[in-house]
Design a protein around this ligand. Structure first.
Ligand SMILES: Nc1ncnc2c1ncn2[C@@H]1O[C@H](COP(=O)(O)OP(=O)(O)OP(=O)(O)O)[C@@H](O)[C@H]1O
Ligand SMILES: [Mg+2]
Length: 316
């Protein structure tokens, strides 16, 4: 999987990846959901000295605490009821490779202490055993939370934060690199059209404009899902603005611009502007029940300015 993008923001990320991948340092990937944290973690592993070793992902937010502990550390037979045979944990499984700790902020205080110990001593003990087993692995952690805030508010250990935050890698949200939207949209359209074996679809200029102006709270994942949905639902080869979900439609026109027309005989601009001003003031007074302070607020004016204008327009 390739990391696509031509924005300065993503280029910075790519050059940082190239720099840190061959080193053995711990990397902390920070970014909103769907910004590509796992993709980047895999890319770092694939370009590292450990690329022939395993890449072992663990989602610390998706597994309940007790289970997460035994998943990470493994256990010996008889360590707890149900442990009928011994099992290596993910730390051991990642030996020689990379362990990807996703949503690391969700770890319980107890596990944070245990993780810190592994990072410091590079050994793990399976549950029910005191035998330290050396592990040779690289840690890449990721979070969509503000870890500094988690530390400040006492939910995340500061010493662990410093251990993990050796090389921070911040992934910009999609709305901060809108230049990448057309490229990514096209890439996902192609991917899903090929998968579904349908002729390649294109986006109309207006549809693309909507995508470029949308805020993408779910980032690249949201864009990817939308492209899949369009490939499945739109029958024509050209995807139009009307085919987009409602919250994206209408974004192709810049906000707040009034469409105007000029009659064949022309118009008196000064008088027209006064009429428009008058109409808006009357509307604001109506909406505020005649309360001028409130009407002024609706129009983004000071109360004195509104009163002045009303006098000038003969509205008093
Ligand atoms: N720059 C990119 N180029 C191509 N594909 C990308 C890019 N960024 C993200 N993707 C794709 O977007 C999807 C989401 O990426 P990924 O799962 O890595 O994000 P994440 O930050 O881990 O998300 P979450 O917080 O939801 O777990 C994946 O299918 C990934 O391949
Ligand atoms: Mg992820």
């Amino acid at each position: 999987m390739e990391i696509l993008g031509k924005s300065p923001a993503i280029k910075k990320v790519l050059s940082l990846i190239a720099k840190v991948a061959p080193r053995d340092s711990t990397v902390l990937i920070l970014g909103e959901s769907g910004t590509g944290k796992e993709l980047v973690a895999r890319a770092i592993h694939a370009r590292s000295r450990r690329r022939k070793g395993p890449f072992v992902p663990v989602n610390c937010g998706a597994i309940p605490e007790e289970l997460l502990e035994s998943e990470l550390f493994g256990y010996e037979r008889g360590a707890f009821t149900g442990a009928s045979r011994s099992k290596p944990g993910r730390f051991e499984l990642a030996h020689g490779g990379t362990l990807f700790l996703d949503e690391v902020s969700e770890m319980s205080p107890k596990l944070q202490v245990k993780l810190l110990r592994v990072l410091q001593e590079r050994v793990v003990e399976r549950l029910g055993s005191e035998e330290p087993r050396p592990v040779d692995l690289r840690i890449i952690a990721a979070t969509n939370r503000d870890l500094e805030k988690e530390v400040a508010e006492g939910r995340f250990r500061e010493d662990l934060y410093f251990r993990l935050n050796v090389i921070p890698l911040r992934l910009p949200p999609l709305r901060e690199r809108r230049e990448d939207i057309p490229l990514l949209a096209e890439h996902f359209l192609k991917k899903f059209c090929e998968r579904e074996e349908v002729p390649l679809k294109r986006l109309s200029p207006e549809a693309l404009e909507c995508l470029k102006n949308y805020s993408w709270p779910g980032n690249v994942r949201e864009l990817e899902n939308l492209m899949e949905r369009l490939v499945v639902l739109v029958e024509e080869d050209l995807i139009q603005e009307e085919d987009l979900p409602e919250h994206l439609r209408g974004l192709s026109r810049p906000p707040g611009l009034i469409t105007v027309d000029i009659p064949p005989q022309g118009l008196d601009l000064r008088r027209t502007l006064l009429e428009i001003e008058k109409a808006f003031i009357l509307k604001a007074l109506e909406l505020s029940g005649g309360v001028r302070t409130q009407a002024a607020k609706l129009l983004g004016l000071k109360r004195t300015t509104l009163v002045e204008k009303m006098k000038r327009l003969g509205l008093e």
